[in-house]
Design a protein around this ligand. Structure first.
Ligand code: NAI
Length: 345
């Protein structure tokens, strides 16, 4: 039976993975710790490691996994910015779950937006305290507002449809604009200039890191609402804080944070949070932070487990072929992924 070392296990991961693992004959070794250089050793004796967004799969970790005979890193998420794919090439196969429920993430972005602009988080706390005052709860209509969507892939497009349902004007920027679509693509600068609300749905790459920074915030409309359900480092958090304190940014809805790796997903109540930037963000009334929760629906958890298990099984049963392999064969993961018809290596 094939053994899978499952790093960074949470209570909500186990039922779906145990179910699909049993169906397909995989044995999971559930580990609470994250994968790092220090913990890689725990995967000894396994065939595969299964990791999530905040596990570290850098060059030293890949070298160790290779030394232990691990054949595959199975990401149970879509994003792979935590994996040195170039280093993995010819050592360890890397598979991911390209889509599990884009609806879950897009709907969470919409939930954050509505909560924020209609002050639902404030109202909820007030009425629990029998405070029925409306002072300070004035919101604004979404109808007629312009939303700028950065990244028109699976999640960005669903969020776009939701926004259209509210009667919003949608403009978008994508490095690879969709052909034959009715999307109004504009340059990034024009998107910053025109949007009342900006929602990030592109991957984190060297190019997109800190795309929301002092310069881009300077261009934005006063009162702009920024939503990030993608990856924390798309935003320069210091610049965001300055923009919020200067009242330039009207609100921020954040499901991700650039330094989230050692903070999110854990119960830290009762501890003093050492992260100054995050503490300051959370203290602002117009900032909502959820801890990388956008994916967390029953549908998504089931799809993640089913696809991950199928990825592993299909690779081992299919002579090294798996549609969801992240390939680095031609030196560029974006084009390689799209053009590959055969095995990665
Ligand atoms: P996707 O691959 O379907 O779409 C990404 C889009 O971004 C593509 O259209 C691509 O052309 C575009 N893009 C690539 N480089 C760009 C650039 N430099 N500038 C602008 N656009 C660029 O991905 P999907 O499924 O829509 O996911 C989007 C992101 O959402 C993921 O990268 C991931 O980071 C994040 N995510 C967050 C989750 C959460 O729980 N908060 C869960 C799942 C994904």
């Amino acid at each position: 039976m094939m053994k899978v070392a499952f790093f960074d296990t949470k209570e909500y991961d186990r039922p779906s993975f145990e179910h699909y693992g049993e169906l397909k004959g995989l044995e999971f070794k559930f580990l609470e710790t994250k994968l790092t250089e220090d913990t890689a050793e725990l995967a000894k004796g396994c065939d595969v490691v299964c990791v999530f967004v905040n596990d570290t799969v850098n060059a030293p970790v890949i070298d160790k996994l290779y030394e232990y005979g691990i054949k595959m890193v199975a990401l149970r998420c879509a994003g792979y910015n935590n994996v040195d794919v170039q280093r993995a090439y010819r050592k360890v196969h890397v598979v991911h779950v390209p889509a599990y429920s884009p609806y879950a993430v897009a709907e969470h972005a919409a939930a954050l937006l509505l909560t924020s602009i209609r002050r639902i988080h404030k109202a909820y706390n007030r009425t629990r305290d029998f405070n029925f005052s409306l002072n300070g709860l004035t919101g604004f209509d979404l109808h007629g507002k312009t939303v700028g969507i950065i990244g028109t892939g699976k999640i960005g497009r669903i969020f776009m449809d939701i926004c259209r349902g509210f009667g919003m004007n949608v403009i978008a920027y994508d490095k690879f604009p969709a052909k034959d679509s009715d999307i109004e693509y504009v340059s990034l600068d024009e998107l910053f200039d025109r949007s009342d609300i900006i929602s990030l749905h592109c991957p984190l790459t060297d190019e997109t890191r800190h795309m929301i920074n002092t310069d881009s915030i300077d261009r934005m409309k006063k009162g702009v609402v920024i939503i990030n359900t993608s990856r924390g480092a798309l935003i320069d958090t210091e610049a965001l804080l300055i923009g919020l304190r200067a009242r330039k940014i009207g609100a921020a809805c954040l499901d991700v944070y650039e330094e989230e790796a050692d903070i999110f997903f854990e119960d830290r109540s009762g501890h003093i949070l050492d992260d100054e930037l995050l503490s300051r963000l959370i203290s602002l009334p117009n900032v909502i932070v959820t801890s990388h929760q956008a994916f967390l629906t029953e549908e998504a958890l089931n799809n993640i487990a089913e696809t991950t298990v199928n990825n592993i099984v299909s690779y081992f049963e299919n002579d090294g072929l798996c549609d969801n392999e992240l390939c680095y064969r031609c030196g560029n993961i974006e084009t390689c992924k799209k053009e590959r018809k055969q095995r990665c290596f």
